[in-house]
Design a protein around this ligand. Structure first.
Ligand SMILES: Nc1ncnc2c1ncn2[C@@H]1O[C@H](COP(=O)(O)OP(=O)(O)OP(=O)(O)O)[C@@H](O)[C@H]1O
Ligand SMILES: [Mg+2]
Length: 228
């Protein structure tokens, strides 16, 4: 699904250069729950952002379904993002002035689903993450775990084949963290999506098919997870 070869990313210029990625190679397959771990500053967020076409690489290759993304003009990237990816990043990024259901509807709107159809699909997605009863509430009324589940419902808008999550359980207590991991792993297991999760959370290892360790901007080790 995603094939990454010899990927480099350098931030800044001259004496301010930071070499965030130093030749990463990695494959992401459909139906797998892939976990990226590694020390702070090792390049995990950079890698997942380039994977999701949010950030451009300095050099190397990122192929999605066989098509090269590195070097595509910036103007082509939004369409690629919308077609292939659902994002769950830290901090939930919910709109505080919109209800839970409207937060999901807005994501559907971006993917071309409008009106009554968007309302129905938003309710379906909220049901899938166990939050149908909170549809009319606002983000401020929800717990951290519930907000993260809204973020998952939103990431599923438009049925993207790949879900990318950066530290989705970082702000959550252990029960909510577990619920979020269970939902994410079911997306891979039952729905055949590729789910890539960056985390420091050792609890996630129970759910992983594969764990790749990133250090100094490289993939250094790879092992099978409990769910492999
Ligand atoms: N926009 C930026 N400009 C300059 N340097 C950056 C930028 N973003 C990240 N970096 C640097 O690139 C390196 C990799 O950062 P990145 O955020 O990918 O690490 P990470 O593995 O996600 O860390 P953490 O576990 O703390 O989230 C770090 O040295 C960081 O300081
Ligand atoms: Mg990070």
């Amino acid at each position: 699904m995603i094939q990454i070869r010899d990927l480099y990313k350098t931030y800044g210029k001259g004496s301010a250069e930071v070499h965030a990625l130093n030749g990463v190679s990695l494959d992401v397959r459909g139906g797998e729950f892939l976990v990226l771990m590694g020390p702070s500053g090792s390049g995990k967020t950079t890698l997942i952002s380039i994977m999701g076409c949010i950030l451009q690489a300095t050099r190397g290759s990122v192929k999605i379904d066989g098509r090269e993304m590195v070097g595509l003009p910036e103007s082509r990237l939004p369409a690629v993002r919308l077609r292939h990816f659902g994002f769950i990043f830290q901090g939930f990024n919910l709109f505080p002035a919109l209800s839970v259901r409207e937060n999901v509807e807005i994501a559907l709107d971006l993917k071309g689903v409008h009106g009554g159809k968007a309302r129905d699909q938003a309710m379906e997605l909220l049901t899938r993450v166990g939050l149908a009863d909170k549809a009319k509430r606002f983000p401020a009324d929800l717990s951290g775990g519930q907000k993260q589940r809204v973020a998952i419902a939103r990431a599923l808008a438009g049925d993207p084949p790949i879900i990318l999550a950066d530290e989705p359980t970082a702000a959550l207590d252990s029960v909510s963290g577990r619920t979020v991991m269970e939902i994410l792993s079911s997306l891979a297991r039952e729905q055949g999506r590729a789910v890539v999760v960056v985390t420091h959370d050792p609890r996630v290892l129970e759910y992983a098919n594969r764990i790749v360790r990133i250090e100094d901007g490289k993939a250094v080790t790879e092992e099978e997870g409990v769910a492999a």
